[in-house]
Design a protein around this ligand. Structure first.
Ligand code: CA
Length: 232
């Protein structure tokens, strides 16, 4: 059974999310604080996804997100915030969240996003699509689809699932300009309603990880007004 961690200090919202997830067949670990959430996560054998509120008593959602991501590249993380500020969204995504929702949100849309995230994690674990090619090579980079690890000159680079899937898309389309909407659709799924800025944020994060000089990228090139092109 898919397991989801929900950390939200407002009882009514936490109960609503937990109830809906359980009805959809998920096992739910619900916590009212980051500290409690980490404790539950520790006691479990890991979660497929986590839904984290930003404004929490004690440790906040940003720190929680960073802490969880440090130990687990596979878990899908959705951040919830009452603030609609773009900066929060960017910050959340840049520290390892996969998705972001602003309160008030629709529970059915949240469920759709959890489903999409879990499908990706499931795919990573080989539960859905079998991987035909296991290693994709591009210049000094090797993408090992079996172990989901990217190597640059033989050194492994830690990627989140989303980052890994963007790299897969690039490796499968070398030298091709990919429009941002196509990247969004290829990685987040075609019924994802979020905006294409999430692509830019993930690209920025990827550049920090794989480029020698992230500010003047040599591998993930910007195609102005369109999207990105991979140069291996
Ligand atoms: Ca809160």
């Amino acid at each position: 059974m898919r397991r989801v961690l929900v950390v939200e200090d407002e009882d009514s919202i936490r109960d609503l999310i937990a109830l809906n997830l359980r009805m959809a067949g998920y096992e739910v670990l619900a916590a009212g604080s980051a500290e409690k959430g980490l404790e539950l996560l520790d006691q479990s054998s890991g979660c497929d996804a986590a839904i984290l509120d930003l404004m929490l008593p004690g440790m906040n959602g940003f720190s929680l997100c960073e802490t969880i991501r440090r130990d687990d590249n596979d878990i899908g993380i959705i951040i919830l915030s009452a603030k609609s500020m773009e900066q929060d969204k960017i910050r959340g995504l840049s520290i390892g969240a996969d998705d972001y929702m602003t309160k008030p949100f629709s529970v059915s849309e949240l469920l759709a996003r959890v489903n999409a995230l879990c499908r990706r994690v499931g795919r990573a674990a080989g539960q859905e699509k079998p991987v035909e090619e296991s290693r994709l090579v591009s210049g000094q980079f090797v993408l090992d689809q079996k172990s989901r690890v990217l190597y640059k000159n033989g050194e492994s680079i830690d990627l989140t699932q989303v980052e890994f899937q963007i790299m897969e898309l690039f490796f499968q389309n070398p030298g091709t300009a990919l429009v941002r909407e196509k990247i969004l659709e290829g990685v987040w799924g075609d019924n994802y309603y979020g905006d294409v800025k999430i692509v830019d944020v993930n690209i920025r994060r990827l550049r920090m990880k794989i480029e020698d000089e992230p500010s003047s990228p040599k591998h993930i090139l910007t195609v102005w007004g369109y999207g990105y092109r991979w140069n291996g």
